[in-house]
Design a protein around this ligand. Structure first.
Ligand SMILES: Cc1cc2nc3c(=O)[nH]c(=O)nc-3n(C[C@H](O)[C@H](O)[C@H](O)COP(=O)(O)O)c2cc1C
Length: 183
């Protein structure tokens, strides 16, 4: 059996629109997946390393799900990486616990895709921000899968019907792509 673990790294799901909706939709598609909401379990960033490492060991496929913040993962997700993916567990000569597990990075960007180009206001392509995640996965012996990314995921005016329709269509598409990536 393919045991799927989703580490949900949004620092505040109460204020989340996109990631909350994506995870709800994804859970309907893949009800067997375990979703760990880091903000609910560790509001003070005091991550229980042994508990999280056990969860990883028991999983076959790991998803890191978060909003793209300052061209990376938010601090809570990064704190998880810093603490849980430790030397001797996730990397180093004896750190083989994660070898061969599939990993999917799944995230939402507020800026539209067109912004992520040399001509756009972000100046860089989204592909140029991905190596940080890929390098982490490589070092941990995780089996890299194509990331699942959505752009333009800020619903500025929920009363704008067209914008809301586009937004929720993208939520659905993201959840579908993620479900396909993990199965
Ligand atoms: C602190 C912060 C930093 C952000 N940095 C970026 C960024 O670097 N690139 C980008 O496209 N959007 C950025 N955004 C927009 C978020 O990616 C967007 O609000 C999020 O994906 C929406 O998901 P949510 O509704 O689940 O919070 C940032 C938002 C915040 C609050």
């Amino acid at each position: 059996m393919n045991k799927i673990l989703v580490i949900a790294g949004h620092p505040d799901y109460k204020s989340s629109v996109a990631n909350k909706a994506i995870l709800n939709e994804f859970h309907q598609l893949v009800p067997s997946a375990d979703i760990v909401y880091l903000d609910a379990e560790y509001p003070d960033f005091n991550i229980d390393v042994a508990r999280e490492q056990k969860r990883l060991v028991e999983a076959d496929t790991v998803v890191f799900e978060f909003p793209f913040w300052w061209y990376s993962a938010p601090s809570l997700m990064r704190r998880y990486f810093e603490l849980v993916l430790s030397h001797g567990f996730a990397y180093g000569s004896t750190g083989t616990a994660l070898h061969g597990k599939k990993v999917v990075f799944s995230f939402t960007a507020g800026a539209p895709e067109t912004a992520y180009s040399p001509e756009g206001y972000q100046h860089f392509m989204m592909q140029q921000f991905i190596p940080q995640f890929r390098a982490l996965s490589n070092l941990c012996g995780l089996e890299w899968q194509e990331p699942v990314i959505s752009f333009g995921m800020m619903l500025l005016d929920p009363d704008d019907k067209e914008a809301a329709e586009r937004f929720y269509a993208e939520v659905k598409s993201h959840a579908d792509r993620l479900a396909k990536a993990v199965i």
